[in-house]
Ligand binder design. Sequence first.
Ligand SMILES: Cc1ncc(COP(=O)(O)O)c(C=O)c1O
Length: 408
Amino acid sequence: MDIVDIKKDFPILENKNITYLDSGATTQKPTKVIKAIEEFYEKYNANPHRGAYSLSIEATEVYENTRTKIANFINSRSREEIIFSKNATESLNLIAYSYGLDNLKKDDEIVLSIMEHHSNLVPWQMVSKKTGSNLKYMYINSEFEISDEEIESKITDKTKIVGITHVSNVLGTINNIKKIIKYAHKKGAIVVVDASQSIPHMKIDVQELDCDFLVFSGHKMLAPLGIGVLYGKKELLNKMNPFIMGGDMIEYVHEQETTFAPLPNKFEAGTQNVEGVIGLGAAIDYISEVGYNNIQKIEKEVTEYAIEKLRKLDFLDLYLTPNTQNHCSVISFNIKGVHPHDVASILDTEGVCVRSGNHCAQPLLRSLGMDSTCRASFYFYNTKEDVDKLIKALKKAYEMFKKYIDNI
Ligand SMILES: Cc1ncc(COP(=O)(O)O)c(C=O)c1O
């Protein structure tokens, strides 16, 4: 496949005069994904698992084949270990409600990293409060990494659940999840991996990682909004109660009692986001065509170029690990003395889209003594020219705010 001009595959990047640097929030969608959804509605739209007629059977086939595709993509042992959800947030809530509430008791411990997105933090606060278990955090060192000592001092024999983001959505740090999983298992804990910011950029192999649960959102990896995935080891999922009750997740329903369907349907109540599933399947095909090796090559080049250029702007504070091998295409920064929302608004006047705010990671930012940053996040459709536009826009913002900064 032609990886020279990737932007051509993304209509919005062709149609709009923008420099899109917010793929950490959501990625743009390639024509192949858009067309796959169009084709579903034009050729085989029906409610899967609901009809004996051929259109519904066709919709069911595509829906279930995508499950198999995802199982293969992350090297799951079985397609039954793949559950469709709305997004990573819903997948994490499913684990907290269906596993956490039923398996934790008073004085047990839940260990999270301080880097967690609120979606892998707030549900565990709920579990901790309802079960009387204690919530502990692994903090980061001055290089924005979790040290081995921190892992080993926080995960103990009392730990029952460890929640860890593979890649920080604020700092771009790639956590050593293999080490964390191995250590947690040694202590008898299960591990929930949030792969929302990693799977768009790197190969995930759940068997090699040996994680117990892993979640991600389709929209951060070229698929539509509103489709997410939960991977869970079959032996755990089989023992868990359903999270949402209703149609299609049952076996028999009596007036007072219900028996539930086997995996994966037990966790997929109600009509599902079929267009989302189909779009996710097309996104996986596209990522596989481009290849993670090419994705990483492009991103490394663009991100390293951005770091080099940003480091030269002495009016900026940069928040990233010095260890570039451990860093993934997200750069947080601030113009010293200027609120990030103001900076992002000025960048927008130059067509440069960056995120500003707390990135749904308030405990992390608080631990760093901040409340918000600007964040540029790159994907393989970004180029060095995009970085140049960011730098130009930042210089413009600094010139505009300079006199106010000097008066501080
Ligand atoms: C690391 C991480 N986890 C979870 C989420 C939540 O994703 P969603 O809003 O799609 O559920 C995000 C979104 O930014 C994220 O960056």
